[in-house]
Design a protein around this ligand. Structure first.
Ligand SMILES: Nc1ncnc2c1ncn2[C@@H]1O[C@H](COP(=O)(O)OP(=O)(O)OP(=O)(O)O)[C@@H](O)[C@H]1O
Ligand SMILES: [Mg+2]
Length: 247
């Protein structure tokens, strides 16, 4: 479904993604593991195309120079230069680490706004799915988004991404800052999303909460691939265990 080959991303002369190749097959849940500044967000922004917008913005205001190289194929089509809005239409949807929500609008309104490009019948169905996956959001449907807890806002961000009808859902550190209980909820929700036929690429700094959910994973350091394998191979690797699972 997704094949990234020899991706390189530079911010000025600093290299953030270094000759990285990854692939994701339809129906898989794949992890990108990496510590702070490993390049996780940059990779997600490269795949979602957000980096193209950032690059344009920077060059308009004479800011830092962003260079993107390599190949990114989605369903066999080269998309490395495709605009992010177009990629969303193709089904590539990013749920950001801290997605901006409309703080003055309630949960239900936020979800409706997220579906503005789609027919209302479809949006209704998508919102029902979001409430099935995150029952807590249904309970809070009339609460202003600005009043939600951090964890609840994180669920809402993922809900917003789901309304956009993804075929490939990109999640950037969704477990960050969640209590163990919420992490378990989110792990279950991630599995449920996968069962809907949605392919998932998920970044995380700590492997433990996502291990039960993923099929495969890549470990990156300084933008470079250092290890890849199935869940079992990751679990069996002593360096990964001590570096990313704390065991
Ligand atoms: N807009 C930017 N301008 C300049 N350098 C950047 C920019 N965004 C990221 N970088 C650099 O690229 C490298 C990778 O950063 P990135 O945010 O992708 O890491 P990360 O793995 O998401 O880290 P974290 O776990 O802290 O979120 C870092 O060295 C960072 O300083
Ligand atoms: Mg990040």
């Amino acid at each position: 479904m997704l094949e990234a080959e020899n991706l390189m991303v530079f911010f000025e002369n600093a290299i953030a993604i270094n000759d990285l190749s990854i692939h994701v097959k339809r129906g898989e849940i794949v992890a990108i593991l990496g510590s702070n500044s490993a390049g996780k967000t940059t990779l997600m922004n490269t795949i979602s195309g957000l980096l193209i917008d950032m690059k344009k913005k920077e060059s308009r205001r004479g800011g830092i120079r962003i260079t993107i190289m390599g190949s990114l194929k989605y369903e066999g089509r080269e998309i490395i230069n495709t605009k992010p809005t177009q990629r969303v239409r193709m089904g590539i949807v990013l749920s950001q680490e801290r997605h901006p929500v409309f703080r003055e609008s309630d949960v239900h309104e936020n979800l409706k706004i997220a579906g503005y490009l789609q027919p209302s019948s479809v949006v209704k169905e998508r919102i029902k799915l979001v409430f099935d996956i995150f029952p807590v959001l249904e309970k809070l449907r009339s609460r202003k988004a600005g009043l939600l807890s951090g964890g609840e806002q994180q669920m809402l961000s993922i809900g917003i991404a789901l309304v956009a009808n993804p075929r490939l859902l990109l999640m950037d550190e969704p477990f960050l800052g969640l209590s163990p209980m919420l992490q378990a909820d989110l792990a279950r929700a991630t599995k449920d999303i996968g069962k809907q036929g949605i392919t998932i690429l998920i970044t995380e700094q700590f492997a433990r909460p996502i291990m039960p959910v993923i099929d495969r994973g890549y470990v990156i350091e300084n933008g470079m691939l250092v290890f890849q394998g199935t869940r079992e191979e990751l679990m069996d690797n002593p360096e990964i265990r001590s570096g990313y699972m704390g065991i």
